[in-house]
Design a protein around this ligand. Structure first.
Ligand SMILES: Nc1ncnc2c1ncn2[C@@H]1O[C@H](COP(=O)(O)OP(=O)(O)OP(=O)(O)O)[C@@H](O)[C@H]1O
Length: 223
């Protein structure tokens, strides 16, 4: 099974195209990095691949079929700011079990303490809350994980703990992982292959992108 984006294009309203003709393919068990300048459109691309938004051109498929728009999504996206990804009026337990019910093994692997579950989101640190968001994203029906600066705001030790756990789970379950980050060190440590944004699409201010004639391709196959 592969997560594929083919000929993707997106722009906000009538603004400039962020990218056009962008194609991406991540297979089971593949760990692919994506780096690029701030504001170029990486998060937007991640949102298209996870089915949060529809591309204006092109299509996203998983196993050759459109991403289901109901039920648990097999492509899960974890964003940089966990406090923006949870309902502040829900206790942690409710957020954690929103899509599935993580067992003690998962909680243990991610260093989630049982005492956190009765608290409110504002009563956890950013790193603790991010662990909750990651556990929520790793349900048994997850096939692909997209990490968009998932550990950027965390200290090096916490970052390493979280990535060790995520990579262990991904390896055991054959998850495909797309790692979006500015952190070249993280990408080189975690990923089999790193793709630069420049290889994907021309910047929005370029005549190519404005005219929509660029045919950039994001190649994520293993060599
Ligand atoms: N709702 C919106 N309306 C208009 N423009 C938007 C909207 N959301 C995002 N943008 C713009 O789209 C561009 C791409 O944003 P995006 O978050 O995808 O970039 P990014 O590459 O992930 O950036 P960073 O690396 O800083 O996180 C940015 O210039 C941003 O200002």
């Amino acid at each position: 099974m592969r997560l594929e984006g083919n000929g993707l294009a997106y722009r906000h309203g009538r603004g400039p195209w962020l990218f056009r003709g962008a194609s991406l393919s991540v297979g089971e068990g593949e760990l692919v990095g994506l780096s690029g300048p701030s504001g170029c459109g990486k998060t937007t691309l991640a949102r298209l691949l996870a089915g949060f938004e529809r591309p204006l051109e092109g299509r996203v498929t998983i196993g050759g079929r459109p991403i289901p728009d109901r039920g648990y999504c097999p492509v899960q996206l974890v964003l940089q700011h966990p406090e923006q990804a949870v309902n502040p009026r829900w206790r942690i337990k409710r957020t954690l079990t929103e899509g599935w019910r993580p067992g003690p093994d998962m909680l243990d692997a991610l260093g989630i303490q049982p005492g956190w579950l009765e608290r409110w989101p504002s009563e956890l640190s950013g790193g603790e809350l991010q662990r909750i968001c990651i556990a929520r994203a790793l349900g048994p029906d997850t096939r692909f994980l997209i990490s968009d600066e998932m550990t950027t705001m965390l200290d090096a030790i916490t970052q390493a703990q979280i990535w060790n756990a995520v990579l262990d789970i991904a390896g055991k379950r054959g998850l495909g992982v797309l790692v979006v980050s500015h952190d070249a060190g993280l990408l080189s440590r975690v990923c089999d292959r790193v793709v630069r944004w420049e290889e994907l699409a021309a910047p929005s201010s370029s005549p190519q992108a404005q005219g929509g004639i660029n045919r950039a391709s994001l190649e994520t196959e293993r060599p």
